[in-house]
Design a protein. Structure first.
Length: 347
């Protein structure tokens, strides 16, 4: 409650991206200084041995992870560990550094407890970020999310080489890699969710290669089941290890936020409570399509215990949060873990 009563009112007076930068600065300091990490651990830490599980040969102390998007440059993993996350995913990182789209590019939809962003994959680039993470020692798995550089002139074979560069940079550093094929915030507006493009990309990445780290594919929430089935078939042919469901949405249906405000905001990816049930539907489809044979990371609209259990019941093995933490604060991690233990949700 401390976050919602004291901290959130201050942050919500700021532009959404400015507030994010403030939170990121504090988390980065906590990552750098052990005494701050220990303080965070003393407030938010919670031992939950009943929530431990092994997936991809990795030990996850609990199923709650930090979604890609909060820490694009890998400056906060130790802070996230101290807050009680069971794993953390950095990124998206791209082969070339990018400043992203023009500001303003992040907007709160407080009535819907959601966000719209068109950040445009701003990050410091694969070289710098992977070097920063190279000697990082964590007690939780580290994922790296990769995407294509936000540059409309990079397409076709060059786009595949762009992905491959980031993938190869991430391999020696990450515990697992998520390939973001669905980001709607790129310059040319296209994604690798086209079957031929995905097949060509995975042919280049070779995710099933024995020496490679576990590789997951992240899908959009705005996908129909037939298209998902086609894409999963391609992924399975290439030995993909698991799936992340889902990325943000371009759809604006059923929102409480006024049409006038939405028109003023414009384009961007919708995240948070507004996409909760659609994201869960994709998790359920993935579980059915794979017959429960592949791990699924459920992400999208997790804001309390019930929404976490909804994803797990649909077939998710792991969960990720980001927007939910903006509205509920870091207490959300501890709250969900306590609830899972109390409800005897075993893994």
């Amino acid at each position: 409650m401390m976050y919602q009563k004291l901290i959130q009112p201050i942050l919500f007076q700021k532009d959404a991206e400015v507030a994010h930068e403030m939170a990121l600065e504090l988390a980065s300091k906590t990552h750098q200084y052990p005494f701050l990490a220990e303080l965070a651990r003393s407030i938010y830490g919670l031992s939950t041995p009943g929530l431990e599980q092994e997936i991809f040969g990795l030990k996850f102390p609990n199923p709650i992870g930090l979604a890609a998007g909060f820490d694009k440059n890998g400056t906060t993993p130790k802070a996230m560990q101290a807050l009680g996350f069971g794993f953390v995913e950095v990124g998206s990182i791209t082969a070339k550094p990018s400043e992203g789209n023009a500001r303003p590019r992040a907007f709160r939809l407080t009535e819907d407890r959601s966000l719209i962003n068109r950040m445009g994959l701003n990050n410091e680039g694969a070289d710098l970020i992977t070097e920063r993470l190279r000697n990082l020692k964590l007690d939780i798995p580290l994922g790296i999310n990769i995407a294509k550089t936000n540059d409309a002139s990079i397409h076709g074979d060059a786009a595949i080489r762009d992905y491959l560069y980031s993938y190869q940079k991430a391999l020696p550093v990450a515990d697992y890699i998520t390939v973001n094929i669905s980001c709607p915030n790129t310059g040319e507006g296209k994604t690798f969710e086209d079957p031929k493009a995905l097949d060509d990309l995975l042919t280049a990445l070779q995710p099933g290669k024995e020496s490679h780290k576990p590789t997951l594919i992240k899908f959009t929430v705005d996908i129909e089941r037939e298209s998902l089935e086609n894409l999963v078939a391609i992924c399975e042919e290439h030995g993909v290890d698991g799936y992340v469901a889902t990325n943000t949405s371009s759809v604006r249906e059923g929102l409480r936020t006024s049409d006038e405000k939405l028109a003023k905001i414009g384009n961007g990816g919708l995240s948070g409570k507004a996409i909760q049930h659609r994201s869960t539907q994709v998790v359920k489809w993935l579980s059915e399509i794979t017959k429960g044979g592949k791990p699924i990371v459920g992400v999208g609209g997790i804001h309390d215990l019930d929404s976490a259990i909804e994803k797990l019941s649909a077939g998710a093995s792991l969960l990720q949060i980001y927007t939910g933490m903006i509205y509920e604060g870091p207490e959300l991690i501890r709250s969900i873990k306590k609830g899972l233990v109390k409800n005897q949700i075993n893994f």
